[in-house]
Write a protein that binds this ligand. Structure first.
Ligand code: PLP
Length: 390
């Protein structure tokens, strides 16, 4: 937008940073439709007991709201450490000194970029991947480098290691499972890439973003297992997905305590409100219930993959609570057709692909019947790959 001054000169308004001009804010459409399968949330809400416990905890926090909250959220870090330690297969332990939290793992990772990225430094990931990563880099004036994934969305480990050694990034962002493809990293990848990022000075941090970690298939270890082996490894988690707490905004990481000291330099004072801390603590007390549907969601995911393949579609292997499928000549037409039938999926990922989050059995049935109708309405119903805009 431009504004004319009293002297008739035209200037840009608002006086935004040059590189932000004309950009759209990130965010999936929030539309009020019956079946919302577009932001990878857990479709199951909390039980009445859990709601009551959260309400009691919030009421208690409310009585202290004249004071700033515990800046170090010590109790929450202790409980998160205990929760993470239960995810380890060996005798290792995650201690509260290794755990940090913020308002969603988005904020956790932005803080990491603020501390370890910045002017003259590089952040690196492998596309297609989570579309917020380049925004963290942009917002912290960090150079952004993007390698490519293979055709099946896996990582070519040798090429990935070579790219890290050549670009010497301060931060490598590695989601596992990856969004939007659902691809988990093979067990050997984390160690190899941590070593690559430790081979230059100053070393790079390797952030394994396990936002969807709890949905991984049996036999896929968490990167948490390697925290004792690689000092430059950070594992990021969130309560937004498997934990069914997206509305509370609580993400966290586990890392070497000295990495946390660096993050403390850039965090805003009292960034985690007393209410957020109380809600997260109450939710952690109900962890078995909130996580209780993860196995059902995994089974629903595998059934969804099988069904999509039966329809002749191409489907990416998924270790997450969503599935990337396609490919459509006009994916927007398919997205729109589903929306018109009350089903919201996400138009994201490489051209021609769509992503569906795994919902309840009823929601998935609606998705299947809507997609069947959309494909049948295509100009050549026998070849959905050629589905064109109406
Ligand atoms: C790979 C990945 N990481 C991180 C996030 C951020 O989640 P939150 O900020 O809710 O913790 C998301 C959200 O969709 C994601 O897909």
């Amino acid at each position: 937008m431009t504004q004319t001054s009293p002297t008739g000169e035209r200037s840009a308004w608002p006086p935004l940073r040059e590189e932000l001009r004309g950009l759209e804010p990130y965010g999936a459409p929030q539309l009020d439709v019956p079946v919302q399968l577009n932001t990878n949330e857990n479709p199951y809400g909390p039980s009445p007991e859990c709601i009551a416990d959260i309400a009691t905890a919030v009421a208690h926090a409310a009585s202290t709201l004249n004071r700033y909250p515990d800046r170090e959220f010590t109790e929450l870090r202790t409980e998160l450490a205990a929760y993470l330690s239960r995810d380890l297969s060996g005798p290792g332990r995650i201690t509260p000194e290794m755990v940090w939290a913020a308002n969603g793992s988005n904020e956790v990772m932005l803080q990491l970029l603020q501390a370890f990225g910045g002017p003259g430094r590089t952040a690196l990931s492998f596309a297609p991947t989570y579309s917020m990563y380049p925004e963290y880099a942009r917002d912290t004036h960090t150079r952004w480098v993007q390698g490519r994934r293979e055709e099946d969305f896996s990582l070519d480990l040798d090429a990935a290691r070579a790219l890290i050694e050549a670009e010497r990034p301060g931060v490598v962002l590695l989601p596992s499972p990856n969004n939007p493809t659902g691809t988990a990293l093979p067990p050997e990848a984390v160690g190899v890439l941590c070593e690559a990022a430790a081979s230059y000075e100053p070393q790079g941090l390797v952030v394994v973003d396990e936002a969807y970690g709890e949905f991984r298939r049996a036999g896929t270890p968490s990167a948490l297992e390697l925290l004792g082996t690689h000092r430059n490894l950070v594992v990021s988690r969130t309560m937004s997905k498997a934990f069914a707490l997206a509305g509370a905004r609580l993400g966290y990481l586990a890392a070497d305590p000295e990495v946390l000291d660096a993050v403390r330099l850039v965090r805003l004072p009292y960034h985690l409100s007393a209410v957020t801390q109380a809600v997260a603590l109450a939710a952690l007390r109900h962890a078995p219930e909130l996580l209780g549907k993860v196995d059902d969601l995994r089974a629903e995911r595998d059934a969804c993959v099988a069904w999509l393949r039966e329809q002749g579609l191409t489907v990416a292997e998924s270790d997450a609570n969503f599935v990337l499928f396609g490919t459509f000549a006009d994916r927007h037409a398919v997205w729109q057709g589903l929306l018109e039938r009350g089903v919201l999926v996400r138009e994201t990922g490489p051209q021609g692909w769509l992503r569906v989050s795994i919902g309840t059995p009823e929601e998935m049935a609606s998705f299947r019947s809507a997609l069947t109708e959309v494909i049948a309405a295509a100009p050549d119903p026998h070849d959905p790959h050629t589905l064109e805009a109406p």
